[in-house]
Design a protein around this ligand. Structure first.
Ligand code: SF4
Length: 241
């Protein structure tokens, strides 16, 4: 049953707790196979691809990684490269000089401290060059759905926007949004839930002109319901889909 609806950004923990069950079920119906769009074969490849995806798109990263991983298939091989050798291979992803330094540094740290393997603990992952909590959560969610400790829910631009619009958080900082979401969402859903929000954010809940009427979450979304109620009668939606 629909809960009491709030104006946009009207996050209230008790209200969010009432709505989270139906929201999770609707997300599972709408996006049953949500997972990262990054292409990878090993945890090492996913880690490097996720670092490259900062300020870029998954499509762009997927275009450059086949050649990158053909030449540097594991941490040992990449740790011996110089950033200058890597730069032309990853240039289309943007910020390629910083990213080349980061992924070579990351490969060196993996080789020296973890025998070339990607660690399965958040505390170890965030110590690697170029790896912040969001990247670590992506790797843990996809490669290690039941990590040993200290994992969470990754918060990217789509997760941030959709969780705010759904009034599942009242925060703006990604780490604080993650804290709100991990209190609401059962741990068994932490791997798939953010990927489902990414699908939602790339679909009806895009940044501009969200398509509230076509959204599978509308019944439980204060922002969408408020927007439709506030729209003058007879005025068509500006949505393109
Ligand atoms: S109803 Fe609108 S604001 Fe709410 S999740 Fe759907 S598209 Fe986003």
């Amino acid at each position: 049953m629909a809960a009491e609806f709030l104006p946009p950004s009207g996050f209230r923990p008790s209200d969010a707790r009432k709505r989270i069950g139906p929201i999770l079920r609707a997300l599972s119906r709408a996006y049953p196979h949500a997972r990262t769009a990054l292409k990878y074969r090993t945890p090492f490849e996913l880690l490097i691809a996720t670092i490259l995806s900062a300020q870029s798109t998954d499509e762009t990263v997927n275009r450059v990684t086949p050649a990158l991983f053909e030449r540097y298939p594991d941490a040992a091989a990449m740790s011996k490269a110089s950033p200058e050798e890597i730069e032309p291979l990853i240039r289309p992803t943007g910020f390629f000089r910083q990213k080349a330094k980061a992924i070579v540094g990351c490969a060196k740290a993996l080789t020296e401290r973890f025998g070339g393997e990607v660690p399965r603990r958040m505390a170890d992952l965030v110590e690697l060059p170029g790896v912040a909590r969001k990247t670590a959560n992506v790797v843990l969610a996809n490669c290690c759905p039941r990590p040993q400790s200290d994992h969470g829910i990754f918060v990217d631009t789509h997760v941030r926007r959709t969780s705010q619009r759904l009034a599942l958080t009242g925060q703006d900082d990604p780490d604080r949004i993650e804290q709100d979401l991990t209190k609401l969402v059962p741990e068994s859903k932490w791997a798939e839930f953010p990927h489902q929000l990414v699908f939602l954010g790339r679909g009806p809940c895009r940044a501009r002109n969200p398509a509230h009427e076509k959204c599978p979450l509308l019944e439980w979304c204060p922002t969408g319901r408020y927007a439709l109620r506030a729209r003058p009668k007879g005025r068509p939606s500006r949505s393109r889909r």
